[in-house]
Design a protein around this ligand. Sequence first.
Ligand SMILES: [Fe+2]
Length: 197
Amino acid sequence: MASSIADQRARACCTLLTQVHAITDKEGITPSALHAIKLKLVALAAKAHLFPPGDFAMPVAQGRTHPLLVEENDGHGLYLTINLPGKEAAPHDHGIWCVNAGISGRERHVFYRRTDDGGTRGSATVMRVGEVMVEPGCGMAMADHDIHSTEVIGKEPAIGLALYGYALARFPAVAWFHTEFSSMRVCSSRRHAAAAA
Ligand SMILES: [Fe+2]
């Protein structure tokens, strides 16, 4: 009997995580490791038949994240993300590495670097340093403290794969940067709560 799309998808996600661990076991989380992981994720996202829209409910508004494979404890989290046209996120730092790959639609990621010395609590200045369009055939990779903003471009939802160093439920504090006010706000970490659960 032919296996279902869901079974094929589960196997493909498992294979991806095995490949990711093979890369990071050898190399750690380096720029070249993140690049290699990005290429693997782009290749998985290119298998659009494994991610039929009917298997993933659309967001009511803004965006929605569907878990594909979430490892236990402090393992990685692989998700399918759907962001609706116009959704945007201000510059932020996840505190953990992240790789994205487009399945359909387009999401622009703008990258920033921090230009202050971090010495004044609540203050921060950032400078735009580049951008990447995450769309079919393309992805992006961020190291632990890279800063990005996102915006869905066009009239189609941006659907893609997102792999995070930690599962979303165990995320570190995310820092949001308010460029027009030269300020920043740090959301509480989920790591302590997750570890206590
Ligand atoms: Fe982000």
